[in-house]
Design a protein. Structure first.
Length: 378
């Protein structure tokens, strides 16, 4: 019997090779890259730890009991995160998403939420402050997060069938506890709650319709995500990808849908609304979304940057290098110097991995490896 060998590289070490450019550029509130894409969305990983072992993100074969996580002193403090966030807002960021790992494992996270909620965009408004979680701790945390200033929450949930869900999270965690977390988020007054389902053909694609029926009309928006080749450890195969077009076809065979317009530039999800008997979108029934990074690349208007747990800036979910901002923070650099360092990083950005995927070599065992999703969030 052949043994599956999973290549692994520590992106924390590989990223050290990336150096922050030295050119100066003061914040103008509008920072664009080489393709004219503005910087609008900052995703901040607050921990590299997670209590799930989903095989598409942190497979147990790699992230086992002996896996070495970052020491606490390597993580950005809440004050360091807030300082960087303020500088990114000066460059035009309007939305901040807290991610992980599992962000609710970071102790006293509500204190960071409160600090970020006091920041302001270049327009003088509060940033759209949201969080992505596996939902395992949400029932006990939702109210304090809302009171601290969190606007919205997205919960990762890959199926309603308890056996399927336990198999996918690989730590035997029950689906009922995640559903309780979603209910707690509604009760706490968090708005626009979303549920993200990563769909793998042959694993959980039979859960598409049950998930749609469950969340239809509940005020929770369900989004289906194509299984992606993030990182280097999840054993991704194209034949396990269920194209969004096929998924929508399955839904429309049972539940009438009408396509909706994007809510904002750079939105990753294609929106579909549940239709009334008259064939029009019925807002009371809600909507679903599909995120098609594999089959319908949306690199052209991607406006997202990602800040790792230890302060490295990544410009793409599929990046192979990061830019070290922590050394500037802890080296005594002024706000002006750090802001001036951030600007050329984004201005020189050319990333469009999803558009190029089909033309790139399939073998990723040589050269630079993509950063793991658990290190920079989804």
């Amino acid at each position: 019997m052949s043994e599956r060998v999973i290549p692994l590289v520590d992106q924390r070490i590989a990223a050290l090779a990336a150096r922050v450019p030295a050119q100066a550029a003061a914040p103008t509130g509008l920072l664009t890259d080489t393709r004219g894409r503005p910087l609008r969305d900052l995703r901040i990983s607050v921990t590299d730890r997670c209590n799930f072992r989903c095989n598409y993100c942190m497979p147990k074969e790699v992230f086992d009991k002996d896996h070495a996580y970052l020491p606490h002193n390597a993580l950005l403090s809440f004050e360091e995160i807030t300082r960087l966030a303020r500088l990114f807002l000066a460059h035009g960021v309007r939305k901040i998403r807290l991610t992980g790992g599992e962000p609710l494992l970071r102790k006293n996270l509500e204190e960071l939420v409160a600090q970020l909620a006091r920041l302001r965009t270049v327009d003088g408004t509060a940033p759209d402050l949201t969080l992505t979680t596996n939902g395992s701790l949400l029932a006990r945390k939702a109210r304090t997060l809302k009171e601290a200033g969190l606007n919205r929450v997205t919960v990762s949930l890959d199926g309603l069938d308890d056996a399927v869900f336990r198999r996918m999270n690989d730590v035997d965690f029950p689906v009922a506890d995640v559903l309780a977390g979603i209910e707690a988020a509604h009760a706490a007054g968090l708005s626009q709650i979303k549920v993200n389902m990563v769909v793998k053909r042959g694993t959980n694609d039979h859960e598409i319709l049950p998930m749609a029926r469950h969340f239809r009309g509940t005020g929770t928006t369900l989004r289906f995500i194509e299984y992606m080749d993030v990182g280097a450890t999840n054993g991704w195969r194209m034949d396990e990808v269920l194209p969004s077009a096929e998924l929508i076809g399955r839904l429309r065979a049972e539940l009438p849908l009408v396509q909706l317009s994007p809510t904002s530039p750079g939105e990753t999800a294609e929106r579909w609304g549940y239709a009334s008997a008259a064939g029009q979108h019925d807002p009371a029934l809600g909507e679903v979304g599909v995120i098609s990074s594999v089959t319908q690349a949306f690199c052209g208007d991607c406006n997202r940057a990602r800040l790792s747990t230890e302060g490295r800036l990544y410009l793409c979910l599929f990046a192979t290098q990061g830019y070290d901002l922590r050394s500037l923070l802890r080296g005594g650099a002024s706000d002006e110097a750090i802001a001036s360092a951030i600007a050329p990083i984004w201005q020189q950005r050319t990333d469009r991995y999803s558009e190029l995927r089909s033309s790139l070599p399939a073998d990723t065992t040589q050269g630079a490896r993509r950063v793991e999703m658990s290190y920079i969030g989804g």
